[in-house]
Write a protein that binds this ligand. Structure first.
Ligand code: HEC
Length: 192
């Protein structure tokens, strides 16, 4: 019989233990993070639709500081997460690769201020990053790929109308390097 279980675990540079699960503690993470009001063009129907979709699709539950640990900083909703997500298997390697959900406000340096709307649409519908590389599957674009182009454009338009926030998230961490900030491990496991 096969069993699947979904785990959300957090680590903060623990001492390594014989059982890798000893390095982790479960996180209570039952929350909804609201998409903030736009700073401009609030009456534009596409911006309103974009905000509705960002609420519906839960973007802020990753792209907000603290949210992955169940304690979101609502005032910095969508301005990126200083809590990362492990993208290689921490049950196999001591220091997994970690990525920090980026700042989605239009700050030109810390956020997506330089991204044209078309690039945001392409990322949502095709998983393509700005420079051709595929976005990591931990950014769940596969779940967004069936959005209509109009809805994906509405999301892009809404994000570009947020107040720019200069919050910098840590750079991605390669496997084998200790992460500078806490991270969670989200996994779907199949019993052998
Ligand atoms: C499960 C967590 C999670 C959710 C939910 C999520 N994202 Fe992401 N997102 C990420 C991660 C992690 C990355 C970085 C991916 C990479 O480096 O390849 C990312 C990258 C991005 C990027 C690229 C930004 C950049 O500077 O590289 C955009 C734009 C984006 N997400 C928008 C969204 C939108 C819009 C939603 C909701 C419709 C959303 N994300 C939902 C985790 C998430």
């Amino acid at each position: 019989m096969r069993r699947l279980s979904l785990c959300l675990l957090a680590a903060a540079l623990p001492a390594f233990a014989a059982d890798p699960f000893d390095d982790y503690e479960p996180v209570e993470n039952a929350l909804v993070v609201a998409a903030p009001a736009p700073a401009r063009d609030a009456a534009d129907p596409a911006v309103q639709r974009g905000r509705y979709l960002v609420n519906l699709l839960g973007c802020a539950s990753c792209h907000t500081d603290g949210a992955l640990l169940g304690a979101p900083e609502e005032a910095r909703a969508l301005a990126g997460s200083g809590v990362g997500i492990a993208i290689s298997d921490p049950l196999r390697v001591r220091y997994p690769a970690v990525v920090y959900p980026p700042n989605l406000t239009p700050d030109p340096e810390a956020g997506i201020g330089e991204w044209p709307e078309e690039d945001i649409v392409r990322l949502l519908l095709e998983g393509m990053g700005r420079h051709g590389g595929r976005a990591l599957p931990v950014m769940p674009w596969q779940s967004y790929a069936r959005l209509t182009p109009e809805d994906a454009t509405a999301i892009a338009r809404y994000l570009k109308r947020l107040a720019p926030n200069p919050h910098q998230v840590p750079a991605p961490v390669a496997e084998g390097e200790p992460a500078p900030a806490p991270y969670v491990h989200v996994g779907l496991y199949q019993r052998r």
